[in-house]
Every structure is written in structure tokens, then in C-alpha cells.
Ligand binder design. Structure first.
Ligand code: ADP
Ligand code: MG
Length: 704
């Protein structure tokens, strides 16, 4: 080792003192340099360190390094320094990117730090070289990315926590504007018909824009253009924008650049998210990716809320359906009693010649028939009516319906028809379909008291709109449909009316004009036909009701349906042999009484039971077998009518079976389960209907 006089720096010009070179080097060094003693005290700091950390030149000396460590990481830092003190070794730059130093004013700066122990040089110090890396592009990018993720996470939490879509919608522009540091941010949503965009929320809007604003969906508007592109659109300068029309208000507000991304739900565009800035900003991949992530998060919450709403709506209708179905069932029992007693009354010899009494009975009978029609509608709503689906040529049906409507509706209503030719046949009950269309047309008429336009349309439709699709089971949604729509130019409806439309008895019409059973029966019918219904309405502009009905499947259409064997025309009452032995099982005592009277006036010998458990032993005890079992299907808590019949027939194979119910669904189920020989009868029924059904049941046994 050279002695103190020999120059340590080779080639150092003579006269230049080595010490001054090192001092100058220390002072001019671009990174911050701190020399720290073993207790953590700063003994030397260069000007770069003072500048970077915001201290005056001499303030740093004597300070503990802890003062430069942000509070959040101070405990970790203390442990680190202690460990380092025990085994000091050089630590180069770049080994740990995410270090942060605290400035005198408390702000933070991103740094890289290298440590070199001077112990080897015999000095009890450590040199820390600190470099400000906050201005590095890669660091800037990482910081920005972190900020974007943090905002995304904030939005994600919000979307999960609040179930209120409006709250989420209202927050999105704020979050986006803050994250991207732009002046304007907004959400546009497309309406169901895809004809209009509505400004759902926004910040920094220009003078003539406000939440709720609607603009037409045309490709010469920014939202329309984005929709037509289906991908992010960057505007570098509104003044030179040629792809769509820029509203003058944008330029007046000094807006220059913009970025917009589409909102989409399962592949369909449902809106647009956009930002605008007064600066000439370059919206790069990071910004696009951020906005796209926000858009997909928003679309997901939109979709979730819509699904939940649809589900709630469907559940509410389902429970109302159950309730009304049950009521209709009970009513049918009551009507059976009323009608039956009236019929008996009508035939009483004491009244047969009394004109006034006959008049009273006839009026009561008419009213009870109207009651039966009403329960029929309730059953239709609760999807429990008996349907007889067939292939229907909707084109032809629309033509005959509109012919009839042209003759009957107000001349000021102009009726048009627009049907695919040919239009695939649908599978539905033709009578019910016609009455559904009539119901909808009558509603349209009521909505156009001063006249207007009624437009029928029928077209094959391979892809269902998303909102309709989710109403159907997967199996049904996969089929092909015909869309049958009826549009009017009438009053339209408020959202509040739309909400309750399908509920039975919901009407906005004055008493006597509306029953509120029109659309509810249409709804039940369409659902039971495995189709769907959609309503689009705008206040003061009109309403379009669209029925989606399944097309007749190709193979089913070509396969000739076996012609129903000619229903044997059975003359009322005459064909029943006198002295027919009937076992009548019915749990309702009054209904039992009425049917008993019917049977005895038909000349039958009748035994009765309230349930299956009574009926079976009673039948077994009888020496002469019964000819016919007439049983209700629902028999209270015990065995059902279908089971009873099965057991009875097992014991006595030649027993004729006739099952009855006020519940069409029960009849439908029974029809599916029952052997072909059994007959079914719907309550309420007249004596002659009973006689005909009994004759058919007896004939079935005779023909085996
Ligand atoms: P009703 O016709 O007996 O009132 P509906 O079930 O047929 O019962 O209709 C329920 C309600 O829906 C109506 O009272 C009316 O407020 C509204 N509505 C139905 N169709 C239309 C339509 N085409 N235009 C406007 N409102 C309608
Ligand atoms: Mg109606």
C-alpha cells in the first residue's frame, strides 16, 4: 500500500489535491448520497440528496434516516436496518423496485437505493445512494396501471355492494373521470328497441346535455358510430373529426380529444361509455383497456339487475298464478253446485209451467255461465287451461282477423298487415291464439280513441332478443320462433303500468270497461304454449306487443298427424241404460249432492263416498259390481281419484271410469297418466254433458 503522499488516482494532474476531487465528486454526484453511522444518523449528505428530499443543504446532517422513511413502512425498515447492521454487505440498485422515501413536506418519492458498507475501509459508516425513479416511463406506467386497478377495484366493490343500479350508474362517470384525469365522462344506454340512446349518467356535461337526454341511434352520432364499429373509438381532435357529426357545443366547450368504448351484453351492444378531454390527449392502450374493463363491469351489473328484475317479475306472476288457479278451482266447485241446482230447479214439475220462475232460473243460469267464463280466464292466466295445440298458419289467421276488425273497429283506425310469405306455421291452440290477438287489438283500439294505426306483423325469427330469451328454459330458447307483433300508435304506457300489465285484474280503464284479464290470459296462454311475450311502449307514442311462438318442427310438420278417430256423436242422455250402477266419489258434500241428483234423474242407481278410502271397501262389499266409477281427481288429503280408479280397475277390469275436476291442469296430468279408456270431465258441467261423458266411458269398456 502506498504511503499517504503517493497519489491514489493514477494520472491525477499535479497540483490537484486528491481530497478536493473526492469532495467535488460527492457534491456533483447526480444521485443522492447519504453517509450514515451505525446508529442510523446521517453524517454527510450531498446537494442532490437535499434537493430530492426537499431539505436545505445542512438540514439533513444529524437527522436519523428514519425521518426519510414513510410511516407505513417504518417498522419494517427498523428491522431491516438492524439486520443489515449485523451483516452489512453491498446491495446494488434495482434489487427492490418499490421503495419510497418521504420528503420533508411529507410527500413521497419513488426511489431505488444502493447500500455500500464502508467497514472494509475501516470506517463505521454505510453509504446510501438514492435515485429518484418516479420520472422513469416504466415506473410512470406502473403507477398509472396501479391507479387504474385501484379505481376498477373501487367500482367492483360498489357494483357488488349496492343492489341499486342507479347508484352504480351515477358513480361510474366520477370514477372514470378521476382515474383518466379527464373533464367529461358519461354512460349512454341503448333502449330495448335499439332506436335511441339515453344519457344515463355523466360528469362535466356540456351546456345542452343532461342526464335523461335521448338521441337517435344513427351512425352519424358518436354513440351510433361506436355501436356500428363495435370496438373502442379514439378521437384525437374533435375539430378534425369526419367519421360522425360533432355537436358544436363540444367545440365551444373547448373539448379536443375523446375515447369511447361500447357496452355489451352477451355479444349485443347495449350502450357506450365515453370520456372527453380539453387537452389533446393521447388515449393509449392502457386507457382503452381501463375503460373496457369498466364497461364490462358495468355491463355485468346491468345484466345482473335486469335478470333479477325479470326473475322477481316472473316469480310474482307465478305466485299470483298459483293463487288465482286455486281460487278458480274452488269457484268451479261452487259453480257446479249452483248450475246443478238451477238445472234441477228448472225441471221441477211445480216450476215447469211457471213462466216467471223459469225466467228467474234462466237469469241465474246465465250469470253462472259468465262466472264459468271468468274462472276459465283465471285458469288461462295460471297456465292451467286445456289447450289443443295445432299447426297454425298465422298469415292466414291475421288476414281473417284483420278482415273482421276492419268491419268492426272505428274507421279512423287504419289496419295494416305485414307477414312473411310464406311464414312458418306455429304450434299453438288456434282458438286461444285468435282470442289473444283479439284481446291485444282491443287494447290497441282503447289506446287510440281518436283513431290511429294498427299494424300486424308476422315474421320468422331465428334469434330471440336477450330479454325474451332469458324468460324461456334453455330447451325452449333453442327452438325457432315466429314473432307476431301488433303495434299501435296510441297513448302508450308509463313504466308503472308496464310493471303490472300481466297481473290479473290490473286495469287502468274505468269500471265496466276493463276487467284486467286481457293481457294476463294472453300471458298465460303464450307461456303455456312455450313461447314468450314482449311489450315495448312509449308514452304518447304507441305500444308494440310481440308474441314469440314456437314454429312447428320440420319433422312434426311433415309427419301426418293421425286423424283423430271421429268423435262418436252420442245423443244426450238417451244412450244410458236405465238402472246403471254408479259409484260416485266426491269430497265436497254439496257437489256430491248435485251430481247425485243428476245421476238419479238420469235413471242411475247411485252409491256415494267422500273419499277413496271409503269407496274401495264399499265397492268390494257390493255383491253386484258397479258399472261406472265417477270420481273427482282431488279428494282431500287421501288417495287421489286417479289412484283410486287404478286400484278399482285392477280389481274389476270391466269398470268404466270417468274422472272430473275443476282444475284443467289436473285433467291434463290425468290425461297423460291415465289409460286411454278413461274419460275426463271438466267442472262445472251440465247434466247432459255428464251423461255424454258417462256414455263415452261405458263405450270405451265395451269396445275392449
Ligand atoms: P283491460 O284491457 O281490461 O284493462 P288488459 O290486461 O288487457 O286489461 O290490459 C291491462 C292494462 O294495460 C290496460 O288497462 C291498459 O292500461 C294497459 N294497456 C294494455 N294494452 C295497451 C295498449 N296497447 N296501449 C296502452 N295501454 C295498454
Ligand atoms: Mg284488455
Amino acid at each position: 500500500m502506498a504511503d499517504g503522499n503517493a497519489p491514489s488516482i493514477p494520472g491525477l494532474p499535479s497540483g490537484v489535491e486528491e481530497g478536493s476531487v473526492f469532495r467535488s465528486l460527492f457534491a456533483a454526484y447526480p444521485d443522492s448520497l447519504l453517509v450514515v453511522d451505525q446508529s442510523g444518523r446521517i453524517v454527510l449528505a450531498n446537494p442532490s440528496a437535499a434537493a430530492m428530499l426537499g431539505y436545505a443543504a445542512d438540514e439533513l446532517v444529524g437527522l436519523s434516516v428514519e425521518a426519510l422513511v414513510p410511516d407505513s413502512i417504518r417498522p419494517r425498515h427498523a428491522a431491516f436496518r438492524e439486520a443489515y447492521g449485523r451483516a452489512p454487505r453491498p446491495r446494488p440498485m434495482g434489487t427492490d423496485m418499490e421503495l419510497v422515501a418521504k420528503r420533508k413536506d411529507g410527500s413521497e418519492v419513488m426511489v431505488e437505493i444502493a447500500l455500500s458498507p464502508l467497514q472494509n475501509q475501516g470506517l463505521p459508516f454505510v453509504v446510501a445512494a438514492i435515485r429518484d425513479i418516479g420520472a422513469y416511463p416504466r415506473v410512470k406506467q406502473a403507477l398509472q396501471r396501479a391507479r387504474y386497478s385501484e379505481h376498477l377495484a373501487q367500482l367492483g366493490r360498489l357494483a357488488v355492494d349496492t343492489r341499486d343500479l342507479q347508484v352504480v350508474l351515477a358513480q361510474v362517470p366520477d370514477i372514470v373521470a378521476t382515474a383518466l384525469q379527464v373533464e367529461v365522462a358519461m354512460v349512454w344506454l341503448l333502449d330495448g328497441s335499439q332506436r335511441e340512446f339515453r344519457l344515463a349518467s355523466g360528469v362535466g356535461l356540456v351546456a345542452d346535455e343532461s342526464v335523461g337526454l335521448r338521441i337517435a341511434n344513427r351512425p352519424d352520432t358518436q354513440p351510433g358510430y361506436v355501436l356500428s364499429q363495435g370496438c373502442p373509438v379514439v378521437v384525437t381532435d374533435y375539430r378534425e373529426e369526419r367519421r360522425f357529426t360533432v355537436p358544436p357545443a363540444y367545440l365551444e366547450a373547448g373539448l379536443v380529444s375523446a375515447l369511447a368504448v361500447p357496452l355489451s351484453d352477451r355479444g349485443r351492444v347495449t350502450g357506450m361509455l365515453s370520456v372527453r378531454a380539453t387537452a389533446a390527449r393521447r388515449f393509449g392502450d392502457e386507457e382503452i383497456r381501463f375503460l373496457e374493463s369498466v364497461a364490462s363491469l358495468l355491463a355485468t351489473s346491468l345484466q345482473r339487475v335486469q335478470t333479477e328484475e325479470a326473475l322477481n317479475h316472473a316469480q310474482r306472476l307465478e305466485s299470483v298464478g298459483q293463487l288465482t288457479g286455486g281460487i278458480a278451482h274452488d269457484f268451479n266447485n261452487l259453480l257446479t253446485i249452483i248450475q246443478g241446482n238451477l238445472q234441477v230447479l228448472e225441471e221441477l214439475p211445480q216450476l215447469a209451467a211457471d213462466g216467471y220462475a223459469q225466467q228467474l232460473v234462466a237469469a241465474a243460469a246465465r250469470a253462472s255461465r259468465r262466472g264459468a267464463e271468468l274462472t276459465g280466464k283465471l285458469l288461462a292466466f295460471s297456465r292451467r287451461q286445456m289447450l289443443q295445440p295445432d299447426a297454425v298458419d298465422v298469415r292466414q289467421m291475421l288476414h281473417s282477423l284483420t278482415d273482421m276488425l276492419r268491419r268492426t273497429l272505428d274507421q279512423r283506425i287504419q289496419i295494416e298487415i305485414d307477414a312473411d310469405d310464406p311464414c312458418p306455421a306455429v304450434r299453438a291452440d288456434p282458438g286461444q291464439l285468435e282470442s289473444a290477438l283479439l284481446n291485444i287489438a282491443i287494447n290497441a283500439r282503447d289506446a287510440m280513441p281518436e283513431g290511429g294505426r294498427l299494424h300486424f306483423r308476422a315474421e320468422a325469427c331465428d334469434a330471440l332478443p336477450a330479454t325474451v330469451r332469458q324468460e324461456l328454459s334453455d330447451a325452449d330458447a333453442g327452438r325457432r320462433f315466429v314473432a307476431l307483433s301488433i303495434a299501435d300508435s296510441g297513448t302508450g304506457m308509463t313504466d308503472a303500468v308496464m310493471e303490472h300489465l300481466f297481473e290479473p285484474f290490473f286495469t287502468t280503464k274505468e269500471a265496466g270497461r276493463g276487467t284486467g284479464l286481457g293481457l294476463s290470459t294472453v300471458y298465460g296462454f303464450v307461456k303455456q304454449s312455450r313461447g314468450a311475450i314482449a311489450i315495448d311502449s312509449k308514452l304518447n307514442a304507441g305500444t308494440t306487443v310481440t308474441l314469440y311462438l314456437p314454429q312447428v318442427e320440420a319433422d312434426a310438420a311433415s309427419a301426418a298427424t293421425p286423424a283423430d278417430e271421429e268423435p262418436m256423436e252420442i245423443e244426450a242422455e238417451a244412450t244410458l241404460a236405465p238402472g246403471l250402477r254408479v259409484m260416485l266419489v266426491e269430497d265436497d258434500a254439496e257437489v256430491r249432492q248435485v251430481v247425485h241428483t243428476f245421476l238419479t234423474t238420469l235413471g242411475c242407481e247411485v252409491a256415494t263416498a267422500a273419499n277413496a278410502e271409503q269407496a274401495l271397501p264399499a265397492m268390494a262389499a257390493e255383491a253386484t259390481p258397479f258399472d261406472l266409477l265417477l270420481s273427482d281427481i282431488a279428494l282431500g288429503p287421501g288417495m287421489r281419484g286417479t289412484r283410486l280408479a287404478a286400484e278399482a280397475v285392477q280389481r274389476q277390469p270391466r269398470l268404466a271410469v270417468l274422472l272430473m275436476s275443476g282444475f284443467s291442469a289436473e285433467l291434463l296430468d290425468a290425461d297423460r297418466e291415465a289409460p286411454p279408456g278413461w274419460e275426463l270431465l271438466r267442472k262445472p258441467y251440465s247434466r247432459s254433458e255428464l251423461a255424454r261423458a258417462m256414455a263415452r266411458a261405458l263405450l270405451n269398456v265395451a269396445s275392449y
